[in-house]
Ligand binder design. Structure first.
Ligand SMILES: CC(C)(COP(=O)(O)OP(=O)(O)OC[C@H]1O[C@@H](n2cnc3c(N)ncnc32)[C@H](O)[C@@H]1OP(=O)(O)O)[C@@H](O)C(=O)NCCC(=O)NCCS
Length: 154
């Protein structure tokens, strides 16, 4: 699915993307729920349409614990993948994810992983991610998640 014409996708500061991350992924919760301890050293990606922020994601170094695929000390992790509800299903998420993956590849990470919401597995599968573990529910969302991985070109 190609991204909407005119969409500007670029690296961003955390304060630029934080409001959307929080509004989509932790609505009604204290803002602290959306603060990641890794934010300071992470790469943040934002997508703007006509100057309006419509999508975001964050990637940072975080070892993959394995067992399948085997543990990977130099892996990177994806978090905070979110698209404005009024713009979902239009290719924005795919464009943001592509830029986040590019950042992990630039950092020579051998693998990118995430704890994905089960409802979004089709989206990630479309972008090459494979399921890599059992489903579990995260306490702060109460939603089912599945570990997913994407092997990156060395
Ligand atoms: C999942 C998400 C990031 C995908 O971004 P998007 O811009 O909607 O996705 P794209 O338009 O690039 O790709 C379309 C695919 O996304 C998936 N998708 C679209 N809307 C979705 C939604 N509300 N929830 C989950 N997946 C969705 C579908 O698989 C869709 O393809 P399909 O209709 O052929 O199945 C976005 O829908 C979202 O922010 N959902 C709510 C929060 C969330 O689940 N984030 C991921 C946490 S791990």
């Amino acid at each position: 699915m190609s991204s909407p014409a005119g969409l500007v996708v670029r690296r961003a500061r955390v304060d630029e993307i934080f409001p959307l991350r929080h509004a989509v992924l932790r609505p009604g919760r204290p803002v602290t729920y959306s603060v990641y301890s890794e934010d300071a050293g992470a790469v943040h990606v934002g997508a703007w349409d006509d100057g309006e922020l419509v999508g975001c994601a964050t990637v940072f170094p975080d070892p993959w614990a394995g067992p399948s695929p085997p543990a990977e000390e130099k892996a990177w992790r994806l978090r905070g993948m979110a698209v404005d509800p009024s713009r979902q299903g239009q290719g924005v998420g795919g464009a943001v994810l592509a830029e986040a993956v590019a950042a992990a590849v630039e950092a020579r990470a051998p693998l990118l992983w995430a704890n994905a919401r089960t409802q979004a597995l089709r989206f990630y599968a479309r972008h090459g991610f494979a399921e890599a573990g059992e489903e579990f529910v995260t306490p702060d969302t109460g939603l089912p998640h599945v570990p997913i991985v994407l092997r990156l070109p060395a």
